[in-house]
Design a protein around this ligand. Structure first.
Ligand code: FES
Length: 318
């Protein structure tokens, strides 16, 4: 069995569209890579110390390689810029095992997939899986322009019902409300894209009473982070029994690290799930974009990079 992080080889880097490259990773030995399912992501531990999560593009079951899509962010803090400028074929790189915060409910028969920009990575993987399963799939793929649309030809070759929207040619964003109106409520809806698209998707699904609607964020939801952890709180470390204080405005992740606890993290914005920590007891103030409503209600786990405690004390399994 491979450890949670392991080294792979960058086998190929390919320009897929304007500002987007695919990175193909292969095992550094002959063993198959850990399995993944559609919607999964891995984290790249870049040599410059930055850790970034990227969705897997390739089809489920393909264990001889992982393929990622990386958009060069205009405001890159050194993650996507490093990948585009410094990463080369033949490099070794540390990665995390695949993880899925955006699982596909394969029990449905009809699926609507909506991708905005680089959100196509997870959506393309889902589309391949659903077509292989013989499901009815309709996809809306939105980009700034045709030149920015990665994997357009292979997506067209899948034979699903595909609608394209290019902001530049259309003069603005897509009419998601119109696209989503009056669908069968048993349809499964999936959307990955920028925050305004996700907000429009969630509103349209809520107004239409669609209960099978799922999103994945690749930037933090600002409304989820405001007013967090107003008064500070206490945390008991379940294994040692020690109690530490998280002052107002401080991050639980930083406090635990200051206590010498080795906590993994990646995005540090509540969107990747890397810092998920088990909670033994306490009233969690969830601020992440990873956990579902039912997972939040269960209260067994939290993302310590952004979440905290509403009142009293948290007891963590660490
Ligand atoms: S580090 Fe990504 S959710 Fe906390």
């Amino acid at each position: 069995m491979r450890p949670a992080t392991f080294t792979v080889i960058v086998d190929r880097i390919h320009v897929e569209a304007m500002d987007t490259v695919s990175i193909e990773l292969r095992a550094s030995d002959s063993a198959p890579l850990p399995a993944f399912d559609a919607g999964s992501h891995i984290s790249l531990h870049l040599p410059n110390g930055i850790v970034r999560s990227y969705s897997l593009v390739n089809a489920t079951g393909n264990r001889d390689r992982y393929i990622l899509g990386v958009l060069r962010a205009r405001d890159s803090q050194g993650g996507s810029a490093f990948v585009h400028e410094k990463l080369r074929s033949g490099d070794s790189i540390l990665i995390s095992e695949p993880r899925n915060n955006f699982p596909l409910d394969e029990s449905g028969e009809r699926f609507v997939l909506i991708a905005g920009g680089i959100g196509i990575t997870a959506i393309y993987s889902m589309a391949q899986r659903l077509v292989a399963l013989g499901k009815s799939v309709e996809m809306l793929y939105c980009c700034r322009s045709r030149e920015h649309a990665a994997w357009l030809e292979p997506i067209q070759a899948l034979g699903l019902s595909l609608k394209l929207h290019f902001d530049v040619q259309a003069g603005g964003p897509p009419d998601l409300r119109g696209f989503l109106d009056e669908r069968d409520r048993a349809t499964r809806f999936y959307c990955c894209g920028p925050t305004p698209m996700l907000s429009a998707f969630e509103s349209a699904c809520a107004e239409n009473g669609y209960t099978h609607a799922h999103i994945e964020r690749f930037s933090a939801d600002p409304s989820g982070l405001k007013d967090a952890q107003g008064a500070g709180y206490e945390v008991q470390l379940g294994r040692s029994g020690k109690v530490v204080r998280v002052e107002a405005g401080a991050r639980l992740l930083d406090v635990l690290r200051a206590e010498g606890i080795d906590v993994p993290s990646s995005c540090e914005q509540g969107i990747c799930g890397s810092c998920e920590t088990s909670v033994i007891e306490g009233d969690i103030d969830h601020r992440d974009s990873v956990l579902s409503e039912s997972e939040r209600a269960e209260g067994k786990t939290m993302m310590i990079c952004v979440s905290g405690c509403k009142r009293g004390r948290l007891v963590l399994d660490c």
